[in-house]
Each structure stands twice: as structure tokens, then as C-alpha cells.
Design a protein around this ligand. Structure first.
Ligand SMILES: [Zn+2]
Length: 235
């Protein structure tokens, strides 16, 4: 599915709740798209401040550490445009304020496709920030960003309405689109390893966890290693 979509995609915007979500859910897809000339941007809603390990002794402000980790991971994937909204970690809700901000970011970046969390997944062990971010991002992608009647104050700031053609939702229990990430799997791992402060969360090892997840994602599509999405046409 991504192969048919790709020639039409020139710009893709990933909207994630926390630093490292983009890498977990779609770094392989991002790496492939960037290699094929697609411009990819990241919006990171929180700076992951609740993810501070108990034994953390680094004197730097923890959210800034996570932002540095996120920038390093993005750079490995070829993503230059990384924006942090600095909402408080664990306190993200699908509010008008967040929809407005995400609509502004979409009107600024002008993506063909928005990649974000599936807000409707029945995977119950799901961070509530993921659901809220996905809901607000989807509302911003459709219909807010395309209609000038939503947030007309944007016009004065030079932000024109913009039509997003697709959404790709990750973290879903009902994916319909699978991207083969076999070739870029090492790059996905390399990007994830930039999130040094979070590596303690994988006692069995990061690679094993990520490989298992990619194998599970690929199973229904007959792929060795994949990332899975719900592809939604918004036009
Ligand atoms: Zn997250």
C-alpha cells in the first residue's frame, strides 16, 4: 500500500505524543521515505518529562535531555524539522487548544500525509496521551486544516488552509496497511538507541522487543519485519 501511496507523497508530518513514539511506531517508514526524497517533519506534543528514571542524576533539565535525544534520533532518519509543543507529559487531552496548535502546524508544514496515533484502538494498554494526541491530530488534519472557517486568526499569521490527503494511524488493533521495513530495520534501531534515558525500560533488550513487534506487525501481510497502520483517505 505504501508503494502506491509514495509517488504522491512529497511531505509527511509525524505527530507523536512523546519523544521516541515516532521512532517506535514509524521510524522504518520514515527512513525509507526520506531516502526516496520525501520531506518528513516531526511534531512532538510533550517532552516526555514523566519518563525520568528513578536513578537519574544528569544535572540538565530532563525534558531538554529528551528533546536532544529526539533531535538526534530524527537526524539519523533524515528528519530536520522537529517541533516540540511542550505540553505537560501525561496531561494531554483532545482540547480545542491542542487542535488549534496542531492545525497551525499542519498549515505551516503542509503535509500530504499525517502520521499519528490511532485514537480509537482497542488496545487497552495504551498511554492516554497517545489517544488524546491522535484524536486532536486527526481533528486538525480533517476537517480543521482545510477550512478557513476553523481558526481564521491563522490567516493573519500567514497560514493558509491546507488539504491533508491521508492519515496513517499507528498503534492500531485494526491495521490495513503494512510497510516492509526489513532493509531499514538497523536504522530504526539506531534511531531508537538515541533515546538513551529510556533504554532502561527494556530489560530484555531493545532489539529483541522491537524485532518482535515488527514481526508481529508483518505477520498478517506475509512480511518479515513491518510497521502497521490504518490508512485513511481524507479527500
Ligand atoms: Zn508515548
Amino acid at each position: 500500500m505504501s508503494i502506491t501511496l509514495l509517488p504522491l507523497v512529497q511531505r509527511a508530518l509525524v505527530i507523536g505524543a512523546h519523544p521516541d513514539d515516532s521512532e517506535f511506531f514509524c521510524a522504518g517508514t520514515v527512513a525509507q521515505w526520506v531516502a526516496q526524497g520525501v520531506t518528513v517533519g516531526y511534531i512532538v506534543v510533550t517532552s516526555g518529562d514523566k519518563g525520568q528514571p528513578d536513578d537519574w542524576h544528569d544535572p540538565r533539565p530532563f525534558p531538554r535531555v529528551r528533546e536532544d535525544e529526539q533531535r538526534a534520533a530524527a537526524a539519523i532518519l533524515g528528519v530536520q524539522d522537529v517541533t516540540f509543543l511542550r505540553w505537560p507529559d501525561g496531561e494531554v487531552f483532545d482540547t480545542l487548544e491542542l487542535r488549534e496548535r496542531l492545525t497551525a502546524e499542519i498549515r505551516r508544514f503542509r503535509p500530504d500525509v499525517v502520521l499519528t496515533h490511532d485514537p480509537f484502538t482497542r488496545l487497552y494498554r495504551q498511554h492516554p496521551d497517545h489517544r488524546a494526541t491522535g484524536a486532536a491530530a486527526l481533528a486538525a488534519a480533517f476537517p480543521a486544516s482545510r477550512l478557513g472557517t476553523f481558526f481564521p486568526n491563522h490567516l493573519a499569521a500567514g497560514l493558509q488552509p491546507h488539504i491533508v490527503r491521508w492519515a496513517m494511524l499507528f498503534g492500531s488493533d485494526q491495521p490495513n496497511t503494512f510497510v516492509d521495513i526489513h532493509e531499514v530495520f538497523p536504522k530504526k534501531l539506531e534511531a531508537l538507541r538515541c533515546h538513551v534515558s529510556q533504554l532502561g525500560a527494556f530489560p530484555g533488550g531493545l532489539e529483541q522487543r522491537i524485532r518482535l513487534r515488527a514481526q508481529e506487525a508483518g505477520r498478517t501481510a506475509g512480511l518479515d519485519l513491518a510497521e502497521a497502520f490504518v490508512l485513511v483517505e481524507l479527500e
